[in-house]
Design a protein around this ligand. Structure first.
Ligand code: BMA
Length: 342
């Protein structure tokens, strides 16, 4: 992908219009696939309760792989891989669970494993899967490496409870790996970054994005969605904000941009949400009013993002967006992080 060419044309509104995206704050930045949902309980080769919140990656052979959170009828979750040549239909789903909790060796997985985020790490020639492990102490962050999504090298819990919504960045910064995650501390439910020399020992923890307060759409609780997208201008990051209302919470998505070489620095943060529950499959289900992406793939044009998201904790849907348009929207609709009236 030639990101410079992409950015040269950023200011050219005709290019943006070609992609069907307008820059008005009200214009949708993501377009839902008309055949949504793309995967649901009925698609599964074995009995399940629901399938949602999938990590996503484009494999070397061109297939799209979704590592789906599957909730079985016990209520506990495991992960199951689905592969497709076009990333939309024709899914080949593993006939049995792909990665299951192993509480005997990893007691932090007693109540299942959830919400994987996948990062391909060129230095290791492996995929890193950061997922939520759930047990008596609450949710924590666990890590596993894999080459083929058949066998996994487990690292166990790398961030103790209460912590979730984690993804590894694909390369080192000053020799150290970087993990974005969302611990809940007395400070609140904010996004943090931590660094490690070996993927096992983590430190240099810093808050990188705070939940706003009061009436904001992303007040009190935010978290990383899919792994940040590397662009020439920085790490383009989709995060969720949880709005508490009298009739429950609403999970919506916002955008932020972090410095390419110092990913703890937030360069821009959007002033409003850019995607939220609207369609029936997002508004109604096991948990109402939830859109929850854990992964995306980028098309060969280097610009089109396919966002895979769990809808209402009941099925998996897909929406497309344009990296150029998302960055341009941030330019037009963000304030510096420190002046965000929180
Ligand atoms: C979050 C996570 C997600 C879930 C969402 C809505 O806290 O547990 O897995 O999709 O809540 O229920």
């Amino acid at each position: 992908m030639n990101m410079n060419t992409v950015l040269d044309s950023l200011q050219d509104s005709s290019v943006l219009e070609q992609f069907g995206h307008k820059l008005s704050p009200d214009a949708p930045l993501f377009t839902r696939y008309t055949g949504n949902p793309i995967l649901s309980r009925e698609s599964w080769p074995y009995p399940i309760s629901s399938v949602f919140n999938a990590g996503a990656v484009k494999l070397a052979d061109g297939d799209t792989l979704l590592l789906c959170r599957v909730e079985s009828r016990s209520g506990l979750s495991h992960l199951c891989a689905a592969r497709s040549a076009n990333g939309i239909n024709g899914w080949r789903i593993d006939p049995e669970p792909t990665l299951v909790a192993n509480p005997r060796e990893y007691p932090e997985e007693l109540w299942g494993i959830e919400d994987p985020r996948i990062t391909y790490v060129p230095e290791l020639e492996k995929y890193a899967v950061a997922y939520t492990s759930f047990a008596r102490g609450g949710p924590g962050v666990s890590l596993a490496l894999t080459k083929d999504f058949k066998t996994f090298e487990r690292f166990g819990v790398i961030m103790q409870p209460e912590d979730k919504d984690a993804a590894l960045l694909p390369r080192r910064f000053g020799g150290r790996w970087a993990l974005i995650h969302r611990p809940v501390t007395t400070l609140g439910a904010h996004m943090w970054i931590s660094y490690s020399p070996d993927l096992r020992h983590w430190g240099s923890h810093k808050v990188i994005l705070e939940a706003r307060r009061g009436g904001w759409w992303d007040a009190n609780k935010i978290g990383l969605c899919s792994p940040p997208i590397e662009t020439a201008r920085g790490w383009l990051t989709i995060y969720h904000g949880v709005r508490q209302t009298a009739s429950g919470s609403i999970y919506r998505l916002g955008l932020a941009l972090f410095d390419l070489e110092r990913p703890e620095i937030c360069l821009q943060r959007g002033d409003s949400w850019v995607f939220g529950p609207e369609e029936l499959y997002e508004r109604d289900g096991d948990v109402k009013d939830v859109v929850f992406p854990c992964g995306q793939t980028i098309d060969p044009d280097g610009d089109t993002v396919r966002l895979y998201y769990g809808a209402a904790d009941s099925c998996i849907a897909m929406a497309t967006g344009s990296i150029r348009c998302l960055l341009s929207w941030l330019d037009a609709n963000s304030s510096p992080a420190e002046t965000s009236f929180s």
